[in-house]
Design a protein. Structure first.
Length: 201
């Protein structure tokens, strides 16, 4: 089913993530930012794909109902390793545990995004990348914790920051690991009538 084309071109990112803001800006889009206020609580037995998709849609809809004159983009990123979903760490001990788990292993990064308008969903998609970490020493983990970088990121690392040095290989899009699969998002926006050269505040 082809999504309806939106007559307006005002775009709102329903996320406070600085990585998502920078990725959209680099793609040439003008947009506003409105945090959704949605709590990221996983339902019992909810897998990574379903959790990410539900969160992205809930964020998009929460902002869309407040701004019915706009097209709203919501997104959520989940890290999964050894069948465990790794969200943002609760503190240093949790971040330390996650980094030890990721050390020397391959994990999945699942990013979902959703578009909504007038409080109704338009479309959503999930994109997955595989990331392999090289083995990490305890001193490397401790030094990384001191940077503060792990504490607002799923899986306790950022591919766009110092955490990039931990990564041996990425299979799939690196921007997806950062929090937004830009090519797929631009394609979805174009289907709804928003192009990078046309989007306006």
């Amino acid at each position: 089913m082809t999504p309806p084309r939106i007559s307006h071109r005002r775009l709102i990112l329903a996320s406070g993530s600085p990585r998502r803001r920078s990725l959209l800006a680099a793609a040439g889009l003008d947009f506003e930012v409105a945090e959704s206020g949605v709590e990221e609580n996983r339902a019992p037995d909810e897998g990574a794909t379903d959790f990410a998709r539900r969160m992205a849609l809930e964020k998009a809809l929460a902002v869309s109902v407040r701004t019915p004159d706009a097209l709203t983009l919501g997104a959520d990123t989940v890290v999964e390793c050894a069948s465990e979903i790794l969200g943002k760490p609760r503190g240093p001990d949790d971040a330390r545990r996650m980094l030890r788990m990721l050390s020397g292993r391959t994990h999945r990064v699942v990013t979902a995004f959703a578009l909504a308008a007038d409080g109704e969903p338009i479309e959503s998609r999930v994109v997955t990348s595989l990331v392999r970490f090289r083995p990490l020493s305890e001193s490397e983990i401790e030094a990384y914790l001191l940077t503060g970088e792990p504490f607002d990121k799923a899986g306790s690392y950022g591919i766009q920051g110092d955490g990039a040095g931990f990564i041996a290989e990425v299979e799939g899009a690196r921007d997806n690991v950062m929090g937004l699969p830009v090519r797929e998002v631009l394609e979805a926006l174009a289907r709804s009538g928003v192009n990078a050269s046309q989007a306006v505040k």
